[in-house]
Design a protein around this ligand. Sequence first.
Ligand code: FES
Ligand SMILES: [Fe+2]
Length: 400
Amino acid sequence: MNDLSNPGINSQLGIEWPKNMNEVPKEVFVRTDLFDVEQKRIFRGPEWHAVAHVGELPERGDFKTYTLSNVPLLIVHGHDGEHRVFYNACSHRSNQLETASFGNKTEFECPYHRWLFNPEGELIGCPNSKEYSPGFKQEDYPLGQPRVDSFYGLIFITMHDDTPPLTEWLGEVKPTLIKALGDDGRLRLLGYQKVSYKSNWKGYNDNDGYHAPLLHTAFTLLNWQGGDGRQYMDMARGHLGFEAELKRVPRSELIQDHSLVDFIGDEANMGSRLIQLFPTLVITRHLNVYNIRFAIASGPEETEVHYAYFCHEDDDEEMVKHRIRQSSNLLGPCGMVSMEDASIFHRIHIGSNTPGNAIFQKGVKSFDKLEAEIKQNDETGNLARWEYYRKVMGFERALA
Ligand code: FES
Ligand SMILES: [Fe+2]
């Protein structure tokens, strides 16, 4: 278990955290030796990690493969209707079982020695088993499984025994998460965009926030103003919730098809909600876009993000078309109002090789205390996550 009461345990890594709570040592973005420690303490540690939403696997036999901390996973909608997560490795000699990103199968055959598994993970065939070791029983060799739980259709796994129950781990941010998952979790996949950013996972995670009106040129060009809003943190686990009203975008000749920024539906829902769950998950519901961003820390200098776009199960055909049009065109990696993000993730990574600390400014009222609730455009929403990271990694804060 992560021993948060013993912050000096990783002092051998030689990082002394700055005294002021609004500062982060730049070296944590670029030190490659931290990556393995993060895998152990965070990605294989006592945290939950979302690996799929059931809306990606609507039919029985649907599957998706995913990777967490180099561990290959196979998520399958069983013929009994249940969604399961397996280790994507044959229970014989651990050959990677499935290589496709997604698909539909009635059985999974390992190409090495032809062991055969059903979508429920049971071993249903193995050639020459009469010659196997004494007492061999087929039923003793199902596919291995990590611990699994789900919340409004979002499937989480953990590879650590001490992870608290999922609803406890989600903490304060559950109300916004429910809204972001369509109020009832009944989402259906529209499609993916997959992108690899040249950035450490923390750089990706740290730069997806309040910057929209400053960084994203389209916001200014469209004269797109926000309304009231707030950010709130789960201090125990470093999660962030964000909710804001959105004003309608004024008509402009800049957009020929104004439906890109139109909202269809009940005015009360015309807002922006964003959830960041420690360590890497981002989920947003913005206008009519439902987007889950599964981020994989694939190396110290690379973060792979799978942008999954959804509609609601009750949508009519017109609404589905509208969501498809709006989804990736607005907020995806090359979306009209977010396309500058990739460049910033990369340039932050390059710049972080210089000495010193990254210093948060907007909204900072104290150097030694964090607020759980702050204004929507403050930078301080990231600080609870950094404080949690610091504790989990065992970095001591300097006294002076
Ligand atoms: S490793 Fe899969 S059948 Fe042998
Ligand atoms: Fe952005």
